[in-house]
Ligand binder design. Sequence first.
Ligand code: NCD
Length: 325
Amino acid sequence: MTAPANLEMQRPSPRAMDWRGRDVVSIRDFERKDIDAFLELAERFVPAATGQKHNTSLEGRILATLFYEPSTRTRLSFEAAMQRLGGGVIGFSDPSVTSNKKGETLADTVRIVDKLSDVIVLRHPKEGSARLAAEYAEHPVVNAGDGAGEHPTQTLLDLFTIQHEFRKIDGHTILLLGDLKFGRTVHSLVTALAHYSVKMILVSPPNLQLPEEVLHECRDRGATVEVTGDLEAALAQADVLYVTRIQQERFADPEEYRKVAGTYRITNALLKKGKRNLIVMHPLPRVDEIHPEVDASPHARYFQQAANGLPVRMAILASMLGGKA
Ligand code: NCD
């Protein structure tokens, strides 16, 4: 049973920072003290992430990136993180040029890659794929997105961004907007936010609501979660607006996607209805849910959020493989 929300911020214990040999498959494997410790550690990697400090603490170690689904930020930031720590990278971003094409199973690919590397980062269209990979690999496995399941490292960088902005996560209202059904970043984020004293407000098309089991899990742990269709009223209360893309690739019927595509569009006019210090986040890529005019507004944080992926992923790799800030 996880600690209820509303607990005072605990000081991370040094032990919590040592994730040596452990997988990052689900955010459910993290207690609040683990998340806080990762965020604190990530802060210490900022100088090395921006190239101001030289870090070779993972020299001689190899990261394997196995990406069976498209990615820009996640794969490149993991690869940059490993290289900023002095390590090497192998992998693929197009499974059609691998033995997958010849019918090789994920389990067999993982068994082989495990012998060639020290850590595996996997993105795969099937929910549960990272858990399966972790069973076959002796080295740690990181879930970089398993279908509509989870995306735990995105959550750590999302929380890092909120903490960086407001100095703490507790006490804030987070409005999550868009495809809450298939959006794996949302599933991991709300689960993690349930550890904090926050209010979550969920706004989505009726057929793209947060899965019941995820909602119940959050509420069972004492989280305040409001579900509403009134975006403007929700926006007026929010400190963070977390926008997501409608996950076209998860729709079995293209007609169903067409019905909901373009439902929401964040514009500067709409943001005027929000708080002055509201921040707009998005895991990216965006399609049309945030108008490009918002990029220059004082509310936009999505590019900084993406950049925060680097120190956060350096912290993850370092704590798994014994690197130092
Ligand atoms: C997200 C993903 O892949 O789940 N992207 C990311 O990793 N930043 C979000 C998305 O694809 O919409």
